[in-house]
Design a binder for this molecule. Structure first.
Ligand code: ATP
Ligand code: MG
Length: 553
């Protein structure tokens, strides 16, 4: 059978771009942009758009700009801009130019004058509420504003006085003059400028009027000579407005808007506004909380750029909205970490074992490989001694059928070390097990015992050589697959989405763990060091379990 895994599956946007190149539609150029509004941190949905926009440019030797759509200053900030640049760069993409819609405020203003001069825009004194009432509904046409036939001269005068700050916020708006009876409500004389006295993070107090999104976006695309303006499906109904503005202004370049389906991921939320609510209402520790679907959260949880890009490629680009299972994202990170994570041993819930026939002061420095398949990862030293720690779960007094771990009177192998037998169980007065007394077979280092076979393999650390660590286990942030469909998504936040284990012990080599590396703790999952980790107190985050919960241990 032929291997196809290295060829990229195609999608309709790749096909459109390929056709356009063939017919020389945009002089053989491909220029895209990723246009976030800096009103929050980027999330996994944005990663889909980033991979599509930067990917389309990369695949065709084209360019891709990062453009901040910063026309809503009250919700935007420099912190958000910095986080967006950091996240795009971390995903491994380089923008051709860094632009801001605010770079074009003067041009946008001149274009608005152009529209007024062509009797295609007017200054309206209706209030926001009146405009809404006049707009009509899907079944009823709208009504024309009494100001619609204001003279060009008067419109020019009022518009320049709007800019000069002569009017109160909301007193006037500039509207495009299109068609109040259009079946497409977006074409019923949409507002294109409003008066808003807010300080802008880049232009300061230079402006008290700000252009609206639809008007700004198409002109910004045209100024940057974008060839393919890729956006999500909800903008399909805005495309006629996009084209109207550029047609009327006769911009030298008229980009082609193409819509694709947003990513919707189960058990989480992809909306900056709602994620912001989780942060401000302290449901999470911040935008980079490892439970958040933000790029910053995924990074802190241990996700890699490769896994996220792989995920975006797998889910594909279509015109149908659909929900993606969290399992798809988890599959991608497991695939990556299985190949690229260092192996190590950590005991999350320790139970002490004393090996009674092991010499008191003896320590053996065992050499253990860092990865079972990748020799180039080298080996590390794991000290073995008389007192070791294993997982409480790896011993049972009442073992279920087919239990392959330690039980009294039976043998088990310690990963990378010896076979031990459990002889005695020590309990405290409350009846809790506090220690196991075992014996080891000194002829079993790296080989099977004579004439018999130990049933299972368990992980361990030497008590005296291991380091204390805090390990944070994360679960889904919501209890239902589509929290957006609930009355309030805040009602379905999973109260058990974070479990902190404070008494863990990890092998000595993890003292030199780095933020860049990823680790598979044998038999427990994939982990990475957390930002809050210190040498005195190591902190690890669980990125993902070893297997899907549905699968067997
Ligand atoms: P949010 O509601 O989270 O703020 P948005 O669409 O308003 O989302 P923008 O900052 O305007 O966010 O988005 C920048 C780009 O990312 C846009 O082109 C947008 O279509 C795209 N995008 C946003 N969310 C998704 C998603 N879930 N799936 C795919 N693309 C997305
Ligand atoms: Mg938005």
């Amino acid at each position: 059978m032929q291997k196809t895994e290295f060829t990229q599956p195609s999608h309709f946007i790749r096909q459109i771009v390929a056709n356009d190149l063939q017919t020389n539609k945009h002089d053989g150029k491909v220029v895209t942009r990723f246009p976030p509004e800096p009103n929050g941190y980027l999330h996994i949905g944005h990663a889909k758009s980033i991979c599509l926009n930067f990917g389309t440019a990369l695949e065709n030797n084209g360019n891709c700009n990062l453009r901040f759509d910063d026309t809503n200053p009250e919700k935007e900030s420099i912190e958000y801009m910095e986080s967006i640049k950091r996240d795009v760069a971390w995903l491994g993409f380089e923008w051709t130019q860094l632009r801001h819609a605010s770079d074009y405020f003067e041009q946008l203003y001149q274009y608005a004058i152009d529209l007024i001069e062509h009797n295609l825009a007017y200054v309206d004194s209706l209030s926001a509420e009146e405009i809404r009432l006049y707009r009509g509904t899907l079944t009823q046409p709208g009504r024309e504003s009494p100001d619609r036939n204001r003279s060009i001269e008067e419109n020019l005068d009022l518009f320049s006085r709007m800019r000069a700050g002569e009017f109160a916020d909301g007193q006037y708006v500039l509207r495009a003059k299109i068609d109040m009876a259009s079946p497409n409500i977006n074409l019923r004389d949409p507002a294109i400028y409003r008066i808003r006295r807010v300080h802008h993070q880049r232009t300061g107090d230079a402006w008290c009027i700000y252009p609206m999104y639809d008007y700004t976006h198409c002109i910004s695309d045209a100024i940057e000579e974008i060839t393919h303006s890729l956006c999500t499906l909800e903008f399909e109904d805005h495309r006629p407005l996009y084209d109207w503005v550029l047609d009327k202004l006769q911009t030298p370049c008229h980009p082609q808007q193409i819509e694709f389906a947003r990513l919707q991921l189960e058990y989480t939320i992809v909306s900056k506004r709602k994620l912001n609510q989780l942060v401000t209402e302290k449901q999470v520790s911040g935008w980079d909380d490892p439970r958040m679907p933000t790029i910053a959260g995924l990074r802190r949880a241990g996700f890699t750029p490769q896994a996220i890009k792989d995920f975006c490629e797998r889910i594909g680009i279509t015109k149908q909205n659909s929900w993606i299972e969290m399992g798809v994202l988890e599959y991608c990170i497991r695939e990556d970490l299985n190949i690229n994570a260092f192996r190590a041993m950590a005991v999350l819930n320790p139970l002490r074992i004393v090996i009674t026939n092991y010499p008191d002061d003896k320590v053996e420095n065992l050499e253990v490989s860092n990865h079972p398949q990748r020799e180039e990862f080298g080996k590390r030293i794991v000290p073995f001694s008389k007192t070791i720690l294993i997982e409480r779960d790896d011993f049972s007094e009442n073992p279920p059928p087919k239990y392959k771990r330690l039980i009294q009177g039976e043998e088990v192998r310690l990963r990378g070390a010896y076979v031990i037998r459990c002889d005695e169980v020590i309990k405290n007065e409350a009846g809790e097990i506090i220690e196991l007394r075992c014996t080891y077979d000194e002829n079993t280092l790296g080989k099977n015992p004579e004439g018999r076979k130990a049933k299972g393999v368990i992980h361990w650390v030497s008590q005296a050589h291991s380091c204390p660590a805090e390990i944070r286990l994360y679960d889904r942030l919501f209890t239902v697959p589509q929290p957006d469909n609930e009355e309030s998504f805040l009602d379905v936040v999973n109260p058990h989405s974070l479990q902190i284990l404070r008494d863990c012990r990890v092998e000595a080599s993890l003292r030199s763990a780095t933020l860049e590396n990823r680790y598979q703790f044998e038999r427990t999952g994939y982990f990475c060091l957390d930002l809050e980790s210190t040498l005195d107190k190591l902190v690890f985050n669980r990125t993902v379990t070893l297997r899907d919960n549905g699968e067997k241990d």
